[in-house]
Design a protein around this ligand. Structure first.
Ligand code: 6PG
Length: 229
């Protein structure tokens, strides 16, 4: 598979990354809705995307035609403040006029295996996603696909244990689901991400490298995370 060049955009700071991300997502929604009548968006977890979600929530959109999924989830109680779904609910999902049936949290409170099996059925019915938001960890992980763990190119979802980033038990979209998506938007800010981004740019076999290989990818990073800085 030939690798497409990454659309690598260095922006001044985290606010500029958030602003660009919200604009790209809103434009992708208009495009998807115009072409297919709906917008299937996969939200990233962690802290980086929070500012972009807050900006997005204040943009006008055909919200009733948006459908939300999650790239990964931590095996914690559904209302736990460390859940990725809890952050999304707080900063965007509770702020826009959504039909709850169009929000698909990963039921990670059921345990990794049961939740992964359940979510694989939802992903199979929804894929290919129109846009998948991804963060990058300092070790080059993305979603909950961590270095040293096997990557099955067919997997729609993965039950993860012993994750180096707490909590140890998680559920993640698998390589199969991520690589069938129409567009990947990767957000990385802060000096802590610089080494991982440099290893990725150098072609090191990291989860982020594998997920983005051959895909239509835009990477939004700030100067602090820029390995070339
Ligand atoms: C999670 C995320 C994880 C995250 C990266 C970056 O559950 O933590 O899915 O993959 O995107 O670790 O996290 P930050 O955005 O907080 O740096």
């Amino acid at each position: 598979m030939n690798s497409r060049p990454l659309d690598w955009r260095v922006l001044p700071d985290a606010d500029a990354v958030a602003e660009a991300a919200s604009r790209i997502i809103a434009a992708a929604a208009v495009d998807a809705i115009g072409q297919r009548g709906a917008f299937h968006l996969v939200l990233a977890g962690g802290r980086t995307p929070e500012a972009a979600y807050r900006l997005l929530a204040h943009q006008g959109a055909d919200w009733d035609l948006w459908e939300f999924y999650f790239g990964d989830e931590r095996c914690l109680p559904a209302d736990h403040a460390e859940r990725n779904s809890w952050m999304a609910e707080e900063v965007i999902l509770s702020q826009v006029p959504l039909n709850n049936s169009k929000v698909h949290p990963i039921p990670a409170e059921l345990g990794a295996e049961v939740a992964a099996e359940h979510y694989a059925r939802i992903v199979a019915a929804a894929a290919p996603f129109d846009l998948v938001l991804l963060g990058v960890g300092e070790d080059g992980h993305t979603a909950s696909l961590f270095p040293g763990q096997p990557l099955n190119p067919e997997a729609l979802t993965v039950a993860v244990h012993e994750a180096p980033k707490p909590p140890p038990d998680r559920v993640s979209l698998g390589l199969g689901a991520l690589q069938s998506s129409r567009y990947l938007l990767v957000l990385a800010t802060g000096a802590g991400k610089r080494v991982a981004l440099g290893r990725w740019q150098a072609g090191e076999e990291l989860p982020i490298t594998r997920v983005c290989h051959g895909q239509r990818v835009t990477v939004l990073l700030d100067e602090a995370a820029n390995p070339a800085a």
